[in-house]
Write a protein that binds this ligand. Structure first.
Ligand SMILES: [Zn+2]
Length: 86
């Protein structure tokens, strides 16, 4: 009986691993063409444009400058410095 439980647990672990693997493939393959959420972009995170050079950045990874209420997103420290000089 213990052996059966062990096999069952193993089967569940393998199934989960496979599901994650296939899910990653499906996301990688179909994400760029037609995602289930969002307007055609592979990531659901809204991209922000750097006001200096126009590069699109992910808010989580971007360099920010808070002026007034809304934060401004930059792709690099250089762009932020350049923006502040204006
Ligand atoms: Zn920039």
């Amino acid at each position: 009986m213990a052996r059966f439980i062990l096999l069952l647990v193993l089967a569940v672990v393998i199934a989960r691993t496979f599901w994650r693997f296939f899910d990653a493939i499906i996301r990688a393959a179909g994400g760029t063409t037609s995602g289930p959420q969002g307007g055609g972009k592979p990531v659901s995170v809204k991209m922000r444009q750097c006001p200096v050079c126009g590069t699109y950045v992910v808010p989580g990874k971007a360099i920010t400058l808070v002026s007034g209420g809304d934060p401004i997103y930059f792709d690099s420290e250089k762009c932020r410095a350049e923006y502040q000089l204006r």
